[in-house]
Design a protein around this ligand. Structure first.
Ligand SMILES: *Cc1c(COP(=O)(O)O)cnc(C)c1O
Length: 421
């Protein structure tokens, strides 16, 4: 459930008509609902309320400081994958003890930054990384908590670009080899083994891959304990999917996911960490856009809108679908006709959707791309020198710009022409 609904014939974010935001901030613009974010975060907490747990929001899904602050105020931890994300989490007020550092290519300077600023745990993804972290920790006189990300060789049955739990993926250490790697970790100075980490992919719409992966984690926990390791934490990753199509079967609910966790690892007495991103923020955001032209083509009509692939990359990158809806509610029984909805960027890939059924639309009308809160603004670029898309947060009947649209001047000011030119 989200808080984007029609009231009085106008699509609203909570109690704010999207047309008001378009008039005051301009388009394209991302609009998030604070109530939806809070609600979704609460569902995960509730799903794990049977045990000690920490819900670590996956910062890469949406890293706006205001969104992170909202999450932090609810008690969220953060899962970060870069020094930049670590800095954002800290700037949003998250204490280091609630930040988990994931990612296959952490650099020594990123690891140093996190050790200095405080860290809950590093999720180690390879042996070279483990040795580098050990050497760094020793040089800093620190002992750092680590979990090792194991690759359970489970098919997450999701898009190939966001599946991470098969042995051919670059992520984690093969589970078959993990006891040996844990033995080395325990022997290395500067590291304190605290748990096991697993993350099998994103946009999972079925719980079976989780069941399979978590059963392997449970077995591994017992084996590692038998080997003498003190396994007290299980980081079970993120990845629970969201409905991108309104009329589709909904993916499982957080509460059902929590039950899968309980069934698989509930008897081990471990603190549970999860790292949801998309499921918390995906349906808490829309990308609001204006129609520039309605262009009649041969055999098809194009809706040329002012949002483009640089603002919302997922359709061009993954062939992803976002429901496109008119901001002015279609009259009951209004005739629909198909449009190819495209952006102005000079690439054929800048096509959001083909054959979208929409009521009659005219230049200047507003449309919204639904389910755009996750992996939307964070993937935006300035391609075609289109200023970075702004973001707005709505709460009740008020809203705030949480990232302003840069002026051309600001955009250009980042470049420098060398003196000798
Ligand atoms: C991307 C990622 C997540 C979040 O995935 P969602 O599908 O957004 O829930 C969590 N953990 C790790 C390690 C990730 O790489």
């Amino acid at each position: 459930m989200d808080h984007f609904n029609y009231k009085d014939g106008q699509l609203h974010a909570e109690d704010v008509p999207l047309s008001r935001i378009a008039a005051e901030v301009g388009t394209p613009v991302y609009v998030y609902s604070a109530a939806t974010l809070t609600r979704h975060f609460g569902l995960f907490r509730q799903a794990l309320d049977w045990t000690d747990h920490l819900v670590c929001f996956a910062v890469k899904a949406n890293s706006n400081l205001a969104v992170l602050k909202l999450m932090a105020d609810q008690g969220a931890g953060m899962d970060v994958v870069s020094g930049g994300e670590y800095a954002r989490a800290k700037a949003a007020g998250v204490p280091g003890e609630r930040i988990v550092f994931s990612g296959v290519g952490k650099t020594v300077s990123e690891m140093r930054q996190a050790i200095e600023g405080g860290i809950r745990q590093f999720n180690i993804e390879s042996e070279p990384e483990m040795r580098a972290l050990s050497a760094l920790a020793v040089s800093m006189g620190a002992e750092v908590p680590v979990a090792i990300r194991v690759n359970p060789d489970v098919d997450a049955k999701t898009h190939e670009k966001i599946a991470t739990g098969k042995s051919e993926n670059k992520f984690g250490i093969p589970i078959a080899k993990s006891r040996q790697v844990y033995a080395e970790a325990a022997a290395l100075p500067g590291l304190k083994v605290v748990g096991i980490d697993v993350h099998i992919g994103s946009q999972l719409t079925d719980l079976d891959p989780y069941r399979a992966a978590y059963a392997k984690v449970a077995d591994l926990t017992r084996a590692l304990r038998a080997d003498g390791h003190d396994i007290t934490r299980l980081d079970l990753g993120g990845g629970l999917g969201i409905p991108y199509r309104r009329d589709n079967n909904a993916p499982p609910l957080p509460i059902e996911y929590g039950q899968v966790i309980r069934d698989a690892v509930g008897d081990l007495g471990c603190e549970i960490e999860i790292e949801p991103g998309r499921n918390i923020v995906g349906n808490a955001g829309v990308l609001l856009s204006s129609v520039i032209y309605v262009k009649e083509g041969e055999g098809r009509d194009f809706l040329i809108v002012d949002a483009a692939m640089n603002d919302l990359l997922r359709p061009a990158m993954y062939g992803a679908h976002h429901d496109i809806v008119p901001v002015r509610e279609a009259a009951l029984g209004a005739e629909l006709r198909p449009f190819d909805v495209v952006g102005p960027v000079c690439e054929s890939g800048d096509t959001f959707q083909k054959g979208t059924q929409l009521p009659s639309v005219a230049a200047g009308d507003l449309i919204a791309f639904r389910s755009a809160g996750a992996y939307g603004a964070v993937m935006a670029s300035e391609y075609n020198s289109r200023p970075l898309v702004p973001e707005v947060l709505v709460s009740g009947d008020h809203f705030a710009v949480i990232r302003a649209r840069p002026t051309f001047e600001e955009m250009l000011s980042r470049d420098t022409i060398p003196e000798w030119l």
